[in-house]
Design a protein around this ligand. Structure first.
Ligand code: S6P
Length: 533
């Protein structure tokens, strides 16, 4: 981190023809965007030229919606990077892949290694290098692990790997939670230290980095010291989802991006609809400040301004829905109050998350309109806005994950209703099926394919098609993993599995019911079905 911060510092001191590129897929790409925007803003505030840029696989639409397929394309990653950096003399490339697994990022790192005169690659992830992905990448001769091995050979000189182990995700496989938070902490610590050194003419030392990281440690303890209020929010949001209602995050300032990101991740992670949990940001795309600008014309999913909330959601808002206001003492509190009044005309299910500084009382009036209030008070510091973002991320991650657990989308810590939209998720789906059904990998893959293609018998066309084709078809279908699981547990046809899922709208209940009946079957000696399991 020290070396990378010093490289950023050099770029800040001599920015001409230089660039710091942050890149990733899914959540990692969203955090690349959030970080690049935040530090470009800091440069603009100092009347300095901006030096940061971001790449997210799938382009700007992936900031708000799931575009998981581009993650599989190493060449696309490489070409996007090359195009962005045309004419640059020096590029510090920071590739983020929590699982050390995204082919899109591997292609970019490999490209950097091949052009050391211009590019210095940095990999940020949370697996030991020996656990980097070994699977071959489509149209590419190297695996992620081989790219990382090449980086290892130059580690600390021409290539850097920042890969602290943050432990397994509680809900398996989701890098949006701990992995995402760790990404934010690492990147902000490195970049903030570089800014301080460059603009105050000081040196970056280990203790500067450590002090910042300790600040984030305090964010964890301060935020979780409010666990009772977080639990109240989670419960309320869970009730809304359980009864077919919606959860809306209405945010101001940079908390808006945190809300949009958390909401967008629910679609691939829990097979949620975009209306289940949805984020809105006060200034719309002007506040987002993304490269491609206003994306509203792409459809209702991309309508993210408060005006969109007022026209699309407010008219049908009821007590079934949960609305959460997210704001800080730096925002236009009068505007928050106005919005709170409008929401209260439709529902009393209004809640707030407010970050204030010691000594202020701004939130009191708005709090009176809300049925629950989470006020967090912070000591003043130059990086407090980043701490507010992390704190809000922790709260929203808990609310969205917890409410989906309450909705029954998780079975024994497995996200059984995940979308199968790229090769990582395809293999994860097979792994989950195997773990829960206990049958062979081949049988699980067959069941998954039947569910994806909606056929009772697999044809040769299907079995010879590649994973890319499978995931493309799967992206147009719902509940492919639960369907495959029911088929495996009961040994039944797809159509029977469909009707069982219909009779148990809660996925966890359906799986539990099937497991009970399959256990019943396995305990009857001689039963044919039981031998399939
Ligand atoms: C979020 C979800 C994905 C990942 C993306 C990149 O919970 O798991 O959107 O962010 O697949 O993963 P990674 O490991 O390359 O950062």
């Amino acid at each position: 981190m020290l070396e990378v911060a010093r490289t950023v510092e050099q770029i800040l001191r001599d920015p001409e023809d230089s660039l710091v590129v942050l890149s990733g897929c899914g959540t990692s790409g969203r955090l690349a965007f959030l970080t690049a925007s935040c530090f470009n803003r800091a440069l603009r505030d100092r009347q300095q030229n901006t030096v940061y840029s971001y790449i997210i696989a799938g382009g700007d639409r992936a900031l708000l919606t799931s575009q998981e397929a581009s993650e599989d394309d190493p060449k696309l990653g490489m070409l996007t990077l090359e195009k962005l950096c045309e004419g640059k003399r020096h590029v510090l490339f920071i590739g983020i892949s929590c699982g050390l697994s995204a082919p899109f990022v591997a292609g970019q790192l490999d490209f950097c290694l091949k052009h050391p005169d211009i590019y210095t690659p940095v990999l940020v992830g949370f697996n030991p290098v020996t656990q980097a992905r070994e699977e071959t990448m489509p149209g590419y001769s190297l695996t992620f692990r081989e790219v990382v091995q090449r980086m290892e050979e130059q580690r600390g000189q021409r290539a850097f790997i920042i890969n602290p182990a943050v432990g397994p995700e509680a809900i398996s496989g989701s890098s949006r939670m701990k992995g995402g938070s760790a990404t934010k902490i690492i990147l902000e610590t490195v970049l903030a230290a570089a800014h301080t050194a460059a603009f105050t003419n000081t040196h970056i030392t280990r203790s500067v980095l450590l002090d910042m990281m300790r600040g984030y440690e305090r964010v964890y303890s301060v935020t979780y010291s409010h666990s009772d209020q977080i639990a109240t929010l989670l419960q309320t949001a869970g009730l809304s989802l359980q009864c077919g209602g919606r959860v809306c995050y209405l945010s101001w300032g940079s908390l808006g991006l945190v809300g949009l990101i958390d909401a967008s991740e629910c679609i691939p992670t829990f097979g949620a609809d975009y209306e289940d949990i949805r984020g809105f940001i006060s200034g719309g795309y002007q506040d987002v400040d993304n490269i491609e600008g206003d994306l509203t014309s792409l459809g209702s999913q991309f309508c993210i301004a408060h005006e969109d909330f007022v026209s699309l959601v407010l008219p049908t808002l009821s007590d079934r829905d949960t609305v959460l206001l997210l704001y800080t003492c730096h925002d236009d509190v009068g505007d928050v109050e106005k919005m709170a009044h409008r929401v209260r005309e439709k529902t009393s299910n209004l809640h707030s998350l407010y970050h204030g500084l010691q000594g202020d009382t701004t939130a009191d009036i708005i709090g009176l309109l809300c049925s629950s209030v989470l006020n967090i008070t912070w000591p003043s510091s130059s990086t407090v806005h980043m701490q507010w973002e992390l704190s809000s991320k922790l709260v929203l991650n808990a609310v969205s994950t917890g409410s989906h657990i309450l909705k029954g989308k998780i079975y024994r810590n497995h996200m059984v209703d995940l979308q199968v939209t790229n090769s990582k998720l395809y293999h994860r789906a097979i792994h989950i099926l195997q773990l829960l059904s206990g049958v062979s990998l081949t049988q699980c893959e067959k069941a998954l394919l039947k569910s994806i293609y909606n056929v009772e018998q697999l044809t040769e066309d299907i079995t010879t098609a590649g994973v890319t084709t499978h995931t493309l078809i799967a992206s147009r279908r719902n509940r492919v993993v639960p369907l495959a699981l029911v088929c495996l547990l009961i040994g039944c046809s797809l159509s029977e599995a469909e009707s069982r899922l219909e009779s148990h709208p809660v996925v966890r209940d359906a799986v539990e019911a099937c497991l009970t009946s399959s256990q019943h079957l396995t305990s009857s000696p001689g039963d044919q079905t039981s031998t399939n399991h």
